[in-house]
Design a protein around this ligand. Sequence first.
Ligand SMILES: [Zn+2]
Length: 444
Amino acid sequence: MYKRITNITLCPGVPDGEPLTFIEGACIDIRDGVIEYAGKGEGAPATIGCEFIDGGGCLAVPGLANAHTHAAMSLLRGLGSDLRLQDWLTKKIFPAEDRLTADDVYVGAQIAFVEMLRYGVTASADMYMFPDEVCDAAEAVGIRVAMCYPATGQGSDDGGSIEKGADLLRRRHNTANGRVRIMLGAHAEYTSSPDIIRALAEKARDLGASIHAHVSETRAEVEGCFERHGVSPVKYFADLGLFDQPALAAHCVYLSDADIDILAAKGVFVAHNPVSNLKLASGVAPVPAMLNAGVRVCLGTDGSASNNTLNLWEEIRLMSILHKGISGDPASISPSQTFHAATLAGMRAMGFERVGLLVPGWRADIALIDRSGPHHWPILEPAGDLVYSTQGADVRMTIVDGIVRYIDGKFPGLDTDDLKKRACVAARRLTDGLIGGAEPIDRA
Ligand SMILES: [Zn+2]
């Protein structure tokens, strides 16, 4: 199927180290999910028998990459707000998660993916239980996912979690026309052991797999790691070989200069989750220092239990301004660095090839942004307007792999009313007795 999106301004995205560019009066030609032409409408190749999509004067940008999330946690959206991290986890999240069924995860992941599409997100890196159901949900909704099942355990007993992740990879990696990818997961330093991490690293090497892990999210985690192992979580994982494969490290809030050097030397992608880190009062990751050292920074929402939304535009705006305020330097992060983190860097971290730029030969993952609202007037500086002014609600259309998955409030082919009903029923059951000041339930 040959499609032409007309009547757009084109922002092709951010190749490494380059500024954002904007081409007015542009069009994009798509054949079989691949971009054939992206550029000025004048001079575009002749079109015969193609379907025209009116871009409505919108700005076309690459689909956004959410580099760290737990989609099914949408069923627990905002549960236990304003609690400290340990109380939040042990008194609210873990008891609710103990009740999760495979069907809950399937429904919860679907409502998360619908929400992501609504905000122009076309891929996400996920870590959760019932990973097959998360992959099924992504296929049903038509979004990309890089899924992993996290390895956990004590001593040398991983409870079969490494094999479960490896089995998932053997069955589902690079399926659904490449939209489903599988990584191997390490939940965190504090939920596993050196034996388990070493075995996981070996398995990843054998399978040629990438790694997704939570790393240095809180001060307590880093202090605990020093007590247990005498080193930081970054050094711990690096020493055990976990970063010898392509790796995606979520959070990285508490880092030493030596940690940053390791992340840069190993080419580790870091998923920065500013909203979740702020809401849980975990802190602020040293993003400008990482960027200056050459660390590959991408952006994530984390789960909506701790965010509360999957609207990556909030992360884009926060990454753009938070570090200016913390550092006292308004030049500490540029719009192109932020947008690169939100698109190409995240796609690379997940291993999606030729996704994240709107150029010929790359997959057609596209978000159309309506800039007609007064908060955009008069667009004096388009790059700044993109990262500082754009609201998630400005996204009018989201295309994944050449297929329109969201347009003007509708999700073609999906019964979202039914999905919402099923999600609400599941969420009530999962959170029964856990909302507000209810007595916590001890985890068995
Ligand atoms: Zn997480």
